[in-house]
Design a binder for this molecule. Structure first.
Ligand code: F8G
Length: 235
């Protein structure tokens, strides 16, 4: 008997795993559950050399065994070396890939104080950066961010790779490295993505996001997330 079809959360995990395709032996730094499951799935499938951190002081295998020592201060050396791929969250993102996790409203009198820029500027100028957005909406995808935390393509020479959301996968292959729709998840219409994006999106040539294979679904359901926590993040 074949397994139940992939859920939206599982499509998102596989899309996050695909972010790391071709990365080789670098440090994966996924923020949040779905990107973390994606990184571990990538390591178990196409990217066996990917280094996974517990976010504190150790490198871990996919089943949690300690493989190495990576204290917090050393993370900065890895960032500077460029051998890292971070998947960050975003309160706001614009079409150039500028990200805001700092504040909402004017910088001198914000209506909401958020996380602060954190490691975002250093990440975006030093190494590959992707974003995970669990609720694709015009509140997140804005014409201009209120503060720049992660630096976009219009502000420097670097690589903002892709954005994975609950609806779609996007990259920066539009004119002048602007945001482009790569694929919509199965069951999502291009028009829905357009309606949930607060700026004009390049949509020509967009396909449908790959559905995880039976092997990937097996790993995800039996080993990586047997309690299906993924379904709570993306219903
Ligand atoms: C809004 C909006 C919006 C939110 N428009 N309003 C309102 C209008 C909302 C709520 C309120 C709060 C290298 C490295 C680092 C390090 C080192 C090493 C990093 C340097 C490690 C430590 C460090 C950065 C990593 C992330 C962020 C992960 C998420 C969050 C989120 C949600 C950010 C998306 N658009 N938005 N509001 N960090 N987190 O109505 O109002 O504001 O809203 O890499 O750190 O320092 O550097 O954020 O927001 O990647 O992804 O989930 O704060 O939870 O609660 O929704 O309800 O209070 O009225 P949140 P939320 P109210 S790399």
């Amino acid at each position: 008997m074949s397994a139940p079809p992939a859920t939206r959360a599982e499509v998102c995990v596989a899309a996050c795993a695909a972010l790391f395709a071709g990365d080789g032996e670098i440090l994966a730094s996924p923020m949040g559950l779905i990107p973390s499951l994606g990184a571990r799935l990538a390591r178990l499938t196409g990217e066996p050399d990917l280094l996974l951190s517990d976010g504190e002081a150790h490198l871990l295998g996919t089943d949690g065994e300690v493989e190495g020592w990576l204290p917090y201060r050393r993370v900065f050396d890895v960032v500077a070396s460029g051998r890292r791929h971070v998947v960050m969250g975003a309160n706001q993102l614009d079409r150039h890939g500028n990200q805001n996790i700092s504040c909402i409203g004017p910088h001198d009198r914000p209506t909401r104080q958020l996380l602060g820029v954190r490691g975002a500027p250093g990440n975006t100028v030093n190494h590959r950066t992707s974003y995970w957005v669990p609720r694709h909406s015009p509140r997140v995808f804005v014409p201009a961010v209120d503060a720049v935390s992660g630096v976009g393509h219009d502000r420097g020479f670097h690589h903002v790779h892709r954005v994975v959301t609950n609806l779609a996968v996007l990259d920066f292959g539009g004119p002048d490295h602007t945001m482009r729709l790569l694929s919509t998840h199965p069951g999502v219409a291009v028009e829905e993505v357009r309606a949930q994006t607060g700026f004009e999106l390049v949509v020509e040539g967009a396909g449908v996001t790959r559905v995880p294979t039976e092997r990937e679904l097996g790993l995800l359901r039996a080993e990586l997330d047997p309690q299906a926590r993924r379904d709570r993040e993306v219903p």
